[in-house]
Design a protein around this ligand. Structure first.
Ligand code: ADP
Ligand code: MG
Length: 396
């Protein structure tokens, strides 16, 4: 789960990480009071969307820049050009994202921009601190073009962040001033503590800056949380902005389904994540493209299956559906009932291939054939995949 920059900075403040003062506004009526709460003749107006690259982004209106450093007198007018408009950045895709919140923040004098992040290193299964003197730019580009400029320090979760870790980062970034070393020490401890306590999968500051006065500040903030740990963080769930998420995915998670929308046109309805992955692989293998990952789970009921069909069919890209169920805990009859129920509620107007195997498979198949539903039964996984790929190709 992602949160906005302004929310991430509130968390930063709680963990003692220095950020410029700022205030968010969701409506134009609140611009003035938000602006009045910060100081300076120069201020920064920042579009809040769950995507990076805002500074270099362009609005579909033609207005350039989702982050603007400008005289205080121009802030409200520029905020008006952001709010309610669609910002396109290299991370949003061409459709862009509508800006529903604008953040007013104090402008900092930048001496140098750095990059700092903590994330989970999958290779070592440990938190890793990534730092670079090349901040304010795309870190992926730095990693490709000058990998030697990226510092990686792996932390043993049993000890947490230790003084030597912090020294490696500080000297790697070229800090030597005593006051700055102290600030960086505090910042790294706070950031690690936040990463750990909130079950974050990533905390990223790009740029982290030094000012001519010698201060170290986080000018941007991106935080990602492990969704599997959200049950123990109601205060973080409260920060969730459903407007930034795919409505189909929101609906699915409300129903207890694991659903991720993809780019293809063959929808999959499967039980179990492993089987869902295998189903997507085999669709690809036979030349098709999956429209989604949808795992109804091991113990889905007919209502959830109905809901799954509704979610799938609300995606205009879907040109065919492959149901692939291995009845273990769940009986194939339940799935069959769900499909029949769904067909009563929503019109299934695309080819449907159903492959059932396992627990109560005979009852399931019988129920489907008794229902008179127009569907293509399949026996094996490869048979099913070939059939749906062929049907979709013929229909389009
Ligand atoms: P994004 O990464 O989405 O483009 P940032 O918050 O990193 O957004 O802002 C882009 C650039 O704008 C930063 O690299 C920095 O140079 C400048 N900037 C952002 N916030 C401030 C600020 N408070 N004071 C001065 N410059 C800022
Ligand atoms: Mg940034």
């Amino acid at each position: 789960m992602n949160i906005h920059e302004y929310q991430a900075k509130e968390l930063f403040s709680k963990y003692g990480i220095a950020v410029p003062a700022g205030k968010a506004a969701q409506s134009a009526d609140d611009f003035e009071s938000a602006l009045n709460s910060i100081n300076g003749d120069v201020v920064v107006v920042k579009s809040q969307i769950h995507a990076g690259g805002r500074g270099k982004g362009t609005f579909t209106s033609g207005f350039k820049g989702g982050v603007k450093v400008l005289p205080r007198t121009e802030a409200i007018e520029v905020a008006g050009k952001m709010l309610g408009n669609t910002l396109v950045t290299h991370q949003t895709g061409p459709e862009g994202r509508e800006v529903k919140t604008v953040y007013f923040t104090e402008a900092s004098d930048i001496q140098k921009e750095y990059y700092l992040a903590i994330l989970l290193d999958r290779a070592s299964s440990r938190p890793v601190i990534i730092a670079s003197t090349e901040g304010g730019v795309d870190i992926e580009t730095v990693a490709e073009e000058s990998p030697e400029k990226i510092i990686r320090v792996i932390i043993d979760p049993a000890t947490g962040i230790m003084p030597f870790h912090k020294r490696l980062i500080a000297f790697g970034l070229g800090f030597s001033d005593k006051n700055q070393l102290k600030q960086l020490d505090k910042l790294l401890s706070g950031l690690y503590k936040m990463f750990w306590e909130t079950d974050a999968s990533m905390v990223e500051i790009n740029p982290l800056i030094t000012t001519p006065a010698g201060d170290i500040l986080a000018l941007d903030a991106k935080v990602n949380f492990d969704s599997n740990a959200l049950f123990r963080h109601p205060e973080i769930v409260a920060l969730r902005d459903l407007g930034e998420e795919d409505p189909k995915e929101v609906k699915a998670s409300d129903t207890g389904l694991s659903y991720i929308a993809l780019d293809g046109n063959i929808a999959c309805l499967v039980n179990g994540a492993g089987l869902a992955m295998a189903t997507m692989d085999i669709i690809k293998h036979f030349g098709g493209n999956p429209a989604n990952f949808l795992d109804v789970g091991g113990g889905a009921n007919a209502d959830q299956v109905t809901e799954a069909f509704k979610i799938i069919l609300s995606d205009p890209n879907v040109k065919g559906i492959l149901v692939n169920i291995f009845g273990g805990i769940m009986s194939c009859k339940t799935i069959a009932d769900g499909i029949i129920e769904a067909a009563k509620n929503v019109e299934i107007n695309v080819p449907l291939v159903v492959r059932l195997e396992g627990n109560s498979v005979a009852e399931g198949k019988q129920a489907l054939s008794d229902s008179g539903l127009a569907l293509t039964p399949a026996d094996s996984l490869s048979d099913a995949a070939q059939k749906i790929v062929k049907l979709v190709a013929e229909a389009n």
